[in-house]
Design a protein around this ligand. Structure first.
Ligand code: PSU
Ligand code: MN
Length: 305
């Protein structure tokens, strides 16, 4: 296959793809903007291990010196983790500029999907996705992640969406744009830190094999869209909804008071929620990413098996 001239595959990822072995993409904004150092680097490296233990090859995706990387080195992960928000949070609108200026970028769900698709990677594991923000009816703050799911055929495994977002509007948007929302072992959309949100998913699926069959069918039909798999946080790590919702309300109030907007909003809210819960939410966040990595690796394996 002819690769895009701006794309570099790591040797391990190149070999796996050439041999038809399962590969799972991972994003890098979660490293630079989603978690503090050093937990971000430790988590990213552990997630790669979990993917391997579950039968797939990890491909952490980022942009270094204008090169799109599918498969980051340990040094690149450490660099992104230490640099944190100093690295550009790269969404679709930023991609060509970062490449043409030979800059670095941490890839969001959107750009990770774009680069994964360029590389031929079909499954992507992360923590949470962006969505329709609360108050979007006036701010129009809707994450590019939703649009990407509508147009790029990559399966995204997440733990649902945080209630920093308007979950009802996020589901409406996905429905309009033809993105199926799957609950893994559940009929209810998980809300990231908690297993329940009060909103239903489109379909419940109970095994990696069934997920693999479903997404392979979507690809064979030429649907051209992604699918969103929502995997509830394991019970033992889920948070008390009262505690987490109070922290989210407080974070939203602070964001409003400080006039935070645009691409800063999501990282600001994530960091505030973490501070307000004394780090409990960070532990939950890490565990749900591990849980999603396991499911994504098993599903990627089932897709090629
Ligand atoms: N939600 C999380 N953790 C994250 C993100 C979202 O729980 O790290 C990151 C992801 O990279 C996602 C991005 O793609 O934030 C969405 O940003 P925005 O809302 O600006 O589109
Ligand atoms: Mn936004």
């Amino acid at each position: 296959m002819e690769l895009n001239k701006y794309l570099d595959l790591s040797p391990e990822v190149a070999q796996a793809l050439a041999a038809g072995k399962p590969v799972v993409a991972l994003e890098s904004t979660i490293i630079s903007h989603g978690m503090p150092y050093p937990q971000n680097v430790e988590t990213a490296l552990q997630v790669e291990e979990i993917i391997r233990e579950n039968g797939a090859v990890p491909a952490t995706i980022c942009i270094i010196g204008g090169r799109l990387k599918a498969g980051c080195t340990r040094e690149e992960i450490e660099y992104l983790g230490k640099a944190g928000p100093k690295v550009t949070k790269a969404s679709r609108r930023d991609l060509a500029m970062l490449v043409s200026r030979k800059m670095d970028g941490a890839t969001t769900v959107t750009t990770t999907m774009i680069i994964a698709h360029m590389a031929g990677i079909k499954v992507f594991a992360t923590g949470g996705i962006g969505g329709v923000h609360r108050g979007a009816e006036t701010t129009m703050d809707i994450s590019a992640d939703l649009e990407e799911l509508a147009h790029t055929p990559v399966m995204v495994v997440c733990a649902g969406a945080k209630s920093i977002l308007d979950l009802g509007l996020t589901l409406e948007y996905l429905e309009t744009h033809g993105v199926p929302v799957i609950g893994y072992g559940t009929e209810e959309l998980p809300a990231f830190y908690t297993r329940k949100s009060g909103f239903g998913v489109d379909y419940r699926v109970d095994s990696p094999e069934e997920l693999a069959r479903f997404f392979n069918t979507s690809l064979e039909l030429g649907m051209g869209a992604g699918i969103l798999v929502t995997n509830p946080i394991p019970e033992e790590y889920s948070m008390d909804p009262n505690i987490i919702n109070k922290a989210i309300d407080e974070a939203l109030a602070q964001a409003k008071a400080q006039g935070i907007h645009g691409k800063e909003t999501t990282p600001f809210l994530l960091a505030k929620v973490k501070d307000l819960t004394g780090g409990d939410s960070l532990d939950s966040n890490i565990q749900l990413v591990f849980n999603n990595a396991r499911l994504a690796a098993r599903t990627a394996a089932a897709m090629v098996g």
